[in-house]
Design a protein around this ligand. Structure first.
Ligand SMILES: Nc1nc2c(ncn2[C@@H]2O[C@H](COP(=O)(O)OP(=O)(O)OP(=O)(O)O)[C@@H](O)[C@H]2O)c(=O)[nH]1
Ligand SMILES: [Mg+2]
Length: 377
């Protein structure tokens, strides 16, 4: 235990993941005009955020110790050059997935792909007849760069459920895996590659625990990264989960409900996302008994909910598109899961244009009710 704490602290100090950064931006002032000849001053330089796949908030922070970004002033108009030259613009390279907010929480814009641009501070207008030839000041204010990962699939599960092991098995990513909770302390995106070169991205997130929506454990700092995923992959350890020897054992069924509840309490819309339930570690002895018990409970959800304690009961239930058993460690049934994930992402993107009734119908037609017990593994 001591060893683990040490590890976590050591890791934190050496490479802390940053997903929010507040910076000061100042645009340039407009140059002076020349009233005698009607000359116009150059506009002040603007400050932009621009999307780059090489950028990170940590890099921005490390390379700009004072976190101030100041654009150039516009040139004055002169008899030789009546039109003053524009001030130099500043471009801040930002990671994809940034949304830019002012201190009053107004959203200035979002960066969703490479080269997307958001104007952070507008340069002042050059001196001209409208301002008595005196250039105007540029904008200056603080803005926050708030990173939310963009991935097709988000892995959601309690610590130790096997999220990182699953990502490793499905992709070429090599996340850290260990038998203690909170091994993953920063989000990371892995790529699932298919034979026809199709790529699907999957975000591995730190484990959720009860109260995550209130910032317990790693809390909602990481829940926000699920918001932009198209599909949620909930993963549970078939044997259930116990945070520490003093905590109660939560069965895999309770895990499913608690994860559902944490998502709902954080943001209700998350429950409407397409989702898949993965029951992991079916290689363990007596796993089949537990799988059967869980499947039974899921199939009789209405009755189960009536008898379960209030603390486990979500208001709205996730509608799983599929329930799949795997052993992430032994790569058992993981190829089937990989194919299914692609199929579901495609199905849902086709359905996006339809209204919710049509969507429900089409999903029903695609009937994903096959019972995938160990027999199918
Ligand atoms: N028997 C068995 N063990 C597994 C399986 N998948 C993962 N494990 C083990 O479970 C432990 C936790 O695995 P991780 O992949 O680190 O779990 P995680 O969900 O990423 O955990 P956090 O990052 O702490 O949230 C490790 O000891 C894994 O080797 C599995 O399919 N079968
Ligand atoms: Mg992990």
């Amino acid at each position: 235990m001591v060893h683990k704490t040490f590890l976590l602290l050591g890791k934190k100090a050496s490479r802390k993941f940053i997903d929010k950064l507040r910076i000061f931006v100042k645009a340039g002032s407009g140059g002076l005009g020349l009233s005698k000849y009607g000359g116009v001053g150059g506009r002040g330089g603007h400050v932009f955020a621009v999307g780059s796949t090489d950028a990170s908030l940590k890099k921005i922070k490390n390379e700009n110790s004072d976190q101030r970004f100041v654009a150039g002033n516009g040139g004055n108009s002169s008899a030789r050059s009546l039109q003053g030259s524009p001030g130099k613009d500043v471009f801040i390279e930002c990671p994809i997935g940034i949304s830019v907010k002012t201190d009053s929480q107004a959203v200035l814009g979002e960066i969703m792909k490479e080269n997307d641009k958001v104007l952070l501070a507008k340069g002042g207008r050059g001196g001209d007849p409208s301002n008595s030839f005196i250039g105007l000041k540029g904008d200056s204010h603080n803005v926050s760069l708030d990173l939310k990962l963009i991935a097709d699939i988000g892995l959601v599960g309690f610590p130790n459920a096997g999220k990182s092991t699953l990502l490793k098995s499905l992709s070429r990513s090599s996340p850290k895996i260990a038998s203690y909770p909170f091994t993953t302390i920063e989000p990371r995106v892995g790529i699932l590659e298919y034979d026809d070169h199709r790529q699907i991205t999957m975000a591995d997130l730190p484990g959720l625990i009860e109260g995550a929506h209130m910032n317990v454990g790693m809390g909602h700092k990481f829940l926000k990264h699920i918001e932009r995923t198209k599909l949620l992959l909930l993963i549970v350890d078939v044997m259930g989960f116990r945070l520490n020897p003093k905590s109660p054992l939560r069965s895999s069924f309770e895990n499913v409900l608690l994860l559902n509840k944490e998502l709902e309490l954080y943001k209700e819309e998350l429950i409407d996302k397409p989702s898949v339930l993965v029951i992991n570690k079916v290689d363990l002895p007596s796993a089949q008994l537990h799988v059967d018990a869980l499947m039974n409970k899921l199939q009789q959800m209405e009755d189960e909910l009536k008898s379960i304690a209030e603390e486990f009961r979500p208001k709205k239930l996730l509608q799983f598109d599929d329930v799949i058993t795997v052993s992430a460690k032994n790569s058992l049934n993981t190829e089937h899961l990989k194919a299914k994930l692609r199929e579901l992402l495609d199905l849902h993107s086709d359905l996006d244009g339809q209204d919710s009734n049509q969507k429900q119908l089409s999903l029903l037609k695609n009937s994903l009710t096959e019972h995938v017990g160990l027999g199918a593994v």
